[in-house]
Design a protein around this ligand. Structure first.
Ligand SMILES: [Zn+2]
Length: 490
C-alpha cells in the first residue's frame, strides 16, 4: 500500500491560535483526507512547539508557571483542530518525554560525528523568530517579520557545522519538487548560492526552559534544532514501525516565513544524522484579515472560532481553500465569505441537492432504480483535471473544478426541464443526477467533510473512495431529504 506522511509546522503556544493557524491545518487536512480517499496509508502529524523561549517570556508576563502556561495554550490548539474537523493521526508536543529523548539522541549523534563544536556567539536575536539575525536582514534596525527590537546576545554557544553541507544542500534545493510552489525555491537558492552559509548556533546557555543538551548541562538545545526533530520523533525515530513505514515525510506544509529552517537547516541536520531528507517542503502564503496584518489589535476577527461559531466549520474551510490560490498570500474578508456561502454553497450545492431529492421523494417515494445513464451530463465531469490539480497542490483549482460540475448539474436540470418529465423519463434523469451527487459527495469530502457526511445520509449511502467516482455503481437509491445543507446569510 502506498503511504503518505504529511506534517504541519508545530505552533508556538505563546498566544491563542489565530486564523493563520487554522488555514495551515485546513490545507494539511484536505491533503490528508484526499490521500485517504486514494486508499493510501496516511499519517498526519500536527502539534505544538512548547520549548520556545518566547513561550517562557509570555508565561512570565502573566505570572504563570511556564509548563502550566504551555499546557493550557496547547489545549487551545487541540480544541482548534476539533472545531475545524482536523483529522490528524497524532498531536505532538515537544515537552513529551519521548520527543525530548529523541531530540537529545540526534543532538548527540551530530556531536559525535564532529559536526557540533563550542564557540562564542555575538549577535542580534529576535525572540519572535527565535533566530539570530544579520544586519542585512533588518529593516530600520528591526526584524521585518515582527517589527520588534532585537536583543544583543554575547555568550558561549555550541555550533552546528551547517556550512559543511552547503553543496549537498544546493543540490537538494535544486532538485525537482523539493520546494513547492517553485517560486518559493528561488529565494532559498539565491541565499544559499550568494551568501556564505554560516554555521548555526544550536544551544543557549543558562536557560531554564527547554531541553538540556546531552553533552553540556549548562546549555539547552536551540529551539529550532529541537522543534524540527518533531517530524521524526512523531513517528518514533529510529526504531519504531511508524518511522520505518512513513519516513521520509512526503509533505512538510509550512508558512513562507519558516522556509529557510525547513529547506536548509532541517535537511542539513538530517544529512549529518544520516537520516533521509523529506520529499517536499510545501509553502503556503500569509493571511491578512480585512486587509490588515494579523495582530492583536484586530481582536475577534482573527480568531477562527469566531468564524466557525458564526458560519460553520465547512463554510470556513470552503472559503479559505477556494478564495486563496495555494502558495499566495490572501485576505480574509467576511463580506466575501458571506457571498461565497450564499452563491456557491447555498445556491449551487445546497439547491442542487434539494431539487433532486425533492423530485425523487415527490414522484418516486424516494426510490430510484438504476437506469440508462445520461451521457450528456456525465461527460461534464472532468475527473482528470481534479486529480491533476490535487497532484500539483492547486487545491483552489481542484475545488473550483468540482463546483463547476455542480453548476453543470443545475444547468442540466434547467435545460432538460426535468421537473416536467414523466415517469421513466424523469427517473432516468434522476438516477444520473443521484449518481452525480454521490460522486460530488466523495470529491468534496476532503474539503467540506461534514457536508459530505450529511449528504451521504440523505442519499442513504456510505462515503465512497476516489475509485468509486464512476457512474452506474448504485443499483437503487432510497433517499430521504433532511433539512437544508446551508443556511443563507443575510
Ligand atoms: Zn522576528
Amino acid at each position: 500500500m502506498k503511504k503518505f506522511y504529511i506534517t504541519t509546522a508545530i505552533d508556538y503556544v505563546n498566544a491563542e491560535p489565530h486564523i493563520g493557524h487554522a488555514y495551515e491545518k485546513i490545507l494539511a487536512d484536505v491533503l490528508a483526507r484526499w490521500h485517504r480517499l486514494k486508499e493510501e496509508d496516511v499519517f498526519f502529524l500536527t502539534g505544538t512547539d512548547d520549548n520556545a523561549q518566547k513561550n517562557e517570556e509570555a508565561a512570565k508576563k502573566v505570572n504563570k508557571d511556564t509548563k502550566e502556561f504551555v499546557d493550557e495554550n496547547a489545549e487551545k490548539f487541540k480544541e482548534l483542530c476539533k472545531i475545524l474537523n482536523i483529522s490528524y493521526n497524532h498531536f505532538i508536543r515537544t515537552t513529551e518525554s519521548k520527543h525530548k529523548r529523541i531530540a537529545r539522541d540526534i543532538f548527540r549523534s551530530v556531536y559525535e560525528k564532529g559536526d557540533i563544536y563550542k564557540s562564542n556567539y555575538e549577535g542580534l536575536y529576535c525572540t519572535g523568530c527565535e533566530e539570530f539575525k544579520t544586519e542585512k536582514e533588518l529593516v530600520d534596525g528591526k526584524c521585518p517579520e515582527h517589527n520588534q527590537e532585537l536583543k544583543l546576545i554575547k555568550e558561549e554557544s555550541y555550533f552546528f557545522k551547517l556550512s559543511k553541507y552547503r553543496n549537498k544542500l544546493i543540490k537538494l534545493v535544486e532538485s525537482k519538487d523539493f520546494i513547492l510552489p517553485k517560486e518559493k525555491r528561488n529565494d532559498i537558492l539565491s541565499r544559499l548560492k550568494d551568501d556564505e552559509l554560516k554555521d548555526l548556533s544550536v544551544s543557549r546557555i543558562n536557560k531554564e526552559w527547554g531541553i538540556k543538551t546531552p553533552i553540556d548541562e549548562k546549555h539547552v538545545i536551540y529551539v529550532w534544532f529541537d522543534a524540527l526533530i518533531n517530524y521524526v520523533s512523531g513517528v518514533d525515530y529510529p526504531e519504531g514501525e511508524k518511522f520505518k513505514q512513513f519516513w521520509p515525510a512526503d509533505v512538510h506544509l509550512i508558512g513562507k516565513g519558516i522556509n529557510w529552517f525547513h529547506s536548509v537547516i532541517w535537511p542539513g541536520m538530517l544529512m549529518s544524522a544520516k537520516i533521509k531528507t523529506p520529499k517536499t517542503i510545501l509553502v503556503h502564503g500569509y493571511l491578512t484579515v480585512n486587509g490588515k496584518k494579523i495582530g492583536k489589535s484586530l481582536g475577534n476577527v482573527v480568531n477562527p472560532k469566531f468564524f466557525v461559531d458564526k458560519y460553520g466549520a465547512d463554510q470556513l474551510r470552503y472559503y479559505l481553500i477556494r478564495e486563496i490560490p495555494f502558495g499566495q498570500d490572501g485576505d480574509v474578508n467576511e463580506g466575501i465569505l458571506k457571498i461565497r456561502i450564499n452563491n456557491e454553497l447555498a445556491n449551487e450545492l445546497g439547491n442542487l441537492v434539494s431539487r433532486i431529492l425533492t423530485l425523487a421523494e415527490k414522484n418516486f417515494n424516494g426510490e430510484i432504480k438504476k437506469s440508462v445513464l445520461d451521457k450528456k451530463l456525465i461527460d461534464r465531469l472532468n475527473l482528470k483535471k481534479i486529480h491533476d490539480c490535487m497532484d500539483k497542490f492547486e487545491l483552489h483549482n481542484a475545488l473550483s473544478e468540482i463546483f463547476r460540475f455542480i453548476s453543470e448539474c443545475n444547468k442540466h436540470i434547467n435545460e432538460e426541464k426535468i421537473w416536467e418529465l414523466k415517469d421513466k423519463e424523469q427517473e432516468k434523469h434522476l438516477y444520473t443526477l443521484l449518481e452525480s451527487l454521490r460522486i460530488i459527495s466523495i470529491l468534496i469530502s476532503p474539503f467540506i467533510p461534514e457536508t459530505s457526511r450529511k449528504l451521504n445520509k440523505q442519499l442513504g449511502i456510505k462515503n465512497g473512495l476516489l475509485d468509486e467516482c464512476r457512474f452506474g455503481l448504485i443499483k437503487s437509491y432510497k433517499v430521504k431529504k433532511e433539512g437544508i445543507l446551508f443556511n443563507k446569510i443575510e
